[in-house]
Design a protein around this ligand. Structure first.
Ligand code: CUA
Length: 337
């Protein structure tokens, strides 16, 4: 009676041991570069190991049955009918139930861990997704960057929002992925552990340029970070309350998703040096970017599209922006010489 179990059970043990060793040792994911990502990796490898056992068990018994209980030549009898087996049914219900409950509990503790109140020394970055770019606003320093730069071993608190459709903020080396949802401010805390260059990508299909919604990410030493902040502040003209208020507004309205404050040209022209410059339009006419031009460009974006740029500026600022905010924004752009 027991003899027919020996082969498949031995096969299960051997096969699952091999699979577990493989899954525990081969590199399955990009390098790990955050504190919070460790648990994700542990959970993933635990799931694979558990799946290896179940996979081996099923495959071993199926293959053994196919071979051991095949119809012999000349055997014309029917198989013996089987009417249920209470013990077996209880076992194969209770064991998977316990496994699923255990995994659920483990996953839940991980989620709680991720959503615990941010640590006191976390540095805030407001991440804004827009079709199709990421903008990073550093409220403590008053500037926005199209590149995410972080000091190594510094807890970072990301506030994640979108100005249009759903995007998903994901740095694969950090493991955690979080959606940017219209009308909702999401949060996640991450602590980078490895100096290096990475990429933040969008993990939610958000339109034709979804695949290009990629932002550079750098983890640097604290000294390099301070140096970078000083450079950005200088470039963004972050001096005086006007510039602070203006850059905050520009961030809230999602301007930085497309317009840089340094010399970079993104989906839209850079704000730097914009005011007073000559702009060649689609139809070849040349206009001066004075205050009226800036006002029109914000309120009636399709009217004077600058040559070389697509007409992708959102058309609803007319309804969303108050006259005072509009003036603040224009004054802010004027400071970016
Ligand atoms: Cu944003 Cu895909």
């Amino acid at each position: 009676m027991m003899k027919k179990f020996i082969v498949p059970i031995l096969s299960t043990i051997v096969l699952s041991t091999i699979l577990i060793v493989v899954f525990q040792t081969i590199p399955l994911t990009p390098m790990l570069a955050s504190v919070q990502g460790r648990d994700v990796d542990v959970l993933m490898r635990a799931l694979l190991s558990l799946s290896s056992v179940i996979f081996s068990l099923v495959v071993s018994f199926v293959l053994y049955s196919v071979v051991a209980f095949r119809r012999r030549p000349g055997d014309l009898t029917d198989a013996k009918p089987v009417y249920g087996n209470v013990t077996l049914e209880v076992v194969w219900t209770v064991i998977p139930l316990l496994i699923v409950l255990g995994l659920g509990a483990y996953g839940a503790t991980q989620v709680v861990e991720l959503h615990k109140p941010p640590s006191e020394r976390a540095m805030v970055v407001e991440v804004t997704g827009s079709m199709w770019a990421w903008g990073f606003f550093y409220p403590d320093y008053g500037f926005t960057s199209t590149e995410l730069v972080m000091p190594v071993d510094q807890p970072m608190l990301f506030h994640i929002q979108t100005v249009d459709v759903i995007h998903s903020f994901w740095i694969p080396e950090f493991r955690i992925k979080i959606d940017a949802i219209p009308g909702i401010l999401n949060h996640v805390e991450l602590t980078p552990t490895e100096v290096g260059s990475y990429q933040a990508v969008c993990a939610e299909l958000c339109g034709t340029a979804h695949a290009y919604m990629v932002a550079p990410v750098r983890v640097v030493t604290m000294e390099e970070f301070v140096q970078w902040v000083l450079e950005q502040q200088e470039a963004a003209g972050c001096v005086g309350p006007l510039a602070d208020e203006g850059s905050q507004l520009a961030n809230d309205f999602g301007c930085f998703g497309c317009h840089a404050t340094d010399s970079h040209v993104h989906l839209g022209p850079s704000f730097r040096g914009l005011y007073g410059s000559q702009r060649e339009l689609e139809d070849g006419t040349v206009v001066v970017a004075d205050e009226e031009y800036l006002r029109n460009a914000i309120l009636l974006p399709g009217a004077q599209v600058v040559k070389g740029f697509a007409n992708v500026m959102p058309k609803d600022y007319r309804e969303r922006i108050s006259p005072e905010d509009l003036q603040t924004l224009i004054d802010y752009i004027k400071t970016l010489k």
